[in-house]
Design a protein around this ligand. Structure first.
Ligand code: NAD
Length: 497
């Protein structure tokens, strides 16, 4: 049977597709499926483009059926998905549900509820001088899109953009991160088994695989990852003039003002920071706390760590590990250059880094130079809000900004005097869970947005249509213009727009 698989591999896609159906009946193992290729060149793109050109992905019924099928995958394979994420970096099933499958199912429900109305042409009013006429714009799919995911929410960051891409009527190629291999495999299986294989496929593999994909001409690129790789992706997109969205990271600050319930603030900050062991693009990267309440906040945060993860977080089933050796050593180095507020342990054999609060950190410290992306939380005190805002302003635009304050004037001031992809006041992370709120960065944290309607718009091209009547057809617009005609035209164009 494996010899037969070898023969099937490498054949032209259209030829093998016939056999794949046959093969699936005989062989339940789909690892040799041509839609799950590893590190090969990419002849399927032409087939996806042909499918797109046939127009089936434009139908509402196709979009709906794919979203329903994706939901079925998330429901039926929930246990396997949870296991895959656990195998990748010991993520707990509860966290996987809250931040991956649960979120995605909610997003699908939300999109299904609104999709028909989003797909309707949008009528606009037409100025008097262009009457009689009708104007509208329609949201059209781009074509074949490429979605490149990061490893830290490996399912969510591939499938949430895919939901938007399907909703907008595109064909899609998904490239999951090579650093979460178990999740990558289950994404490939899910898309292959549940979705329309003529319109979607998964391309697994490492950096070289991504680079070879980026050589191809896609109609839209959606990249989630680091700023440095984001630059490379943008460079590759420029070659084909491909439009793109970059969902990048950054250092997200969290301000804690004097007059708030510090216990609640501390618990929420600790939860948001150490969820996924700090490997979250919108986790609070550092805390700016008013000097009068610094000690109290630190005490509450330390209590919260013990409440959530016990005296030894290593033993907690709810505390994940660092994804790989490189990141583990990077964090160990940062730790060795800092002074934790309580003893911090690490374990090289399972990439464990304890939830760690760093006290007395200066702005010059190594840990403040780049995104931490791990369970280290520097706490810096400030005297007045102006000082805190200045510190935030000197950094580059973060993906998220957090504020704990009960004072509406302070809330307004912080929102108006800062810039970030999103803001959440008196809580953290949930700005990314609301399907009606666009999610994306600004400046160095990326550009473009998705989730809900924003995702549909991102993956749609807005095509303007103007319909006019052949009559009347006055001479006024045609040359020769002459002084009087030109004067009249000027008045007409200025006043009747
Ligand atoms: P990464 O940039 O290293 O990798 C992301 C993807 O790019 C992977 O699929 C990888 O295969 C590919 N890649 C890696 N090197 C490449 C190269 N030279 N050329 C082309 N492709 C390449 O990012 P990561 O380590 O997976 O994720 C962490 C980063 O992502 C953090 O900075 C984090 O803040 C950011 N992030 C942002 C969001 C967001 O929504 N804005 C979400 C999650 C993570």
């Amino acid at each position: 049977m494996s010899g037969k698989k070898q023969v099937l591999k490498g054949r032209l896609f259209s030829w093998t597709r016939f056999f794949v159906t046959l093969q699936e009946v005989i062989i339940p193992d789909i690892s040799s499926h041509p839609l799950m290729q590893k590190d090969q060149d990419f002849p399927e793109l032409a087939d996806l483009r042909k499918t797109f050109e046939r127009g089936i992905t434009r139908d509402f019924s196709w979009r709906r059926s794919q979203l329903v099928a994706l939901e079925a995958f998330l429901i039926e394979r929930e246990q396997d998905i949870a296991q895959a994420l656990h195998d990748d970096f010991r993520k707990s099933p509860a966290e996987t549900f809250l931040t991956e499958t649960g979120y995605l199912r909610g997003e699908i429900r939300f999109v299904l509820k609104h999709l028909k109305s989003w797909m309707k042409p949008h009528r606009v009013s037409i100025p008097l001088i262009y009457q009689p006429g009708k104007g509208f714009y329609i949201s059209e799919p781009y074509g074949v899109v490429l979605i490149i995911g990061a490893w830290n929410y490996p399912l969510n960051l591939c499938l949430a953009p895919l939901i938007s891409a399907i909703a907008a009527g595109n064909c899609a190629v998904v490239k999951p991160s090579e650093h979460a291999q178990h999740t990558s495999k289950i994404i490939a299986e899910g898309i292959c088994h549940y979705l329309d294989r003529n319109t979607m496929c998964v391309f697994e593999g490492g950096v070289d695989a991504t680079k070879s994909l980026l050589e191809e001409h896609f109609d839209y690129l959606f990249f989630t990852g680091s700023q440095s790789i984001g630059r490379e992706v943008m460079h590759a997109a420029a070659k084909h003039l491909t439009p793109l969205t970059l969902e990048l990271g950054g250092k997200c600050p969290c301000i804690v003002e004097e007059n708030v319930n510090l216990r609640v603030a501390a618990r929420r900050i600790v939860w948001a920071k150490f969820l996924n062991a700090g490997q979250t693009c919108i986790s609070p990267d550092y805390v700016l706390v008013h000097e009068n309440v610094e000690e109290e906040l630190l005490r509450y945060m330390s209590d919260a760590i013990t409440d959530f993860y016990g005296d030894d977080p290593r033993l907690s089933p709810d505390y994940p590990r660092i994804v790989n050796e490189n990141n583990f050593h990077r964090l160990e180095k940062l730790l060795s250059l800092s002074s934790p507020s309580r003893e911090c342990s690490t374990g090289a054999h399972d990439y464990y880094v304890a939830p760690t609060i760093l006290q007395g950190v200066t702005l010059e410290a190594e840990v403040m130079h780049s995104e931490i992306f791990g369970p280290l939380l520097p706490v810096i005190s400030y005297r007045d809000l102006g000082e805190a805002l200045k510190i935030i302003g000197t950094g580059r635009n973060p993906l998220a900004l957090y504020l704990f304050s009960s004072d509406p004037k302070v809330q307004e001031r912080v929102v108006h005097q800062s810039r970030s992809g999103g803001v959440c006041i008196n809580d953290l992370l949930f700005q990314a869970s609301i399907h009606r709120l666009p999610f994306g960065g600004i400046g160095s944290s990326g550009f473009g947005a998705y989730h809900g309607r924003a995702g549909f718009d991102t993956f749609s091209f807005q095509r303007s249509v103007l319909k006019r009547s052949l009559y009347p057809d006055p001479d006024l617009r045609y040359p020769p213009y002459g002084t009087r005609k030109f004067g009249f035209l000027k008045r007409l164009v200025t006043f009747f727009h």
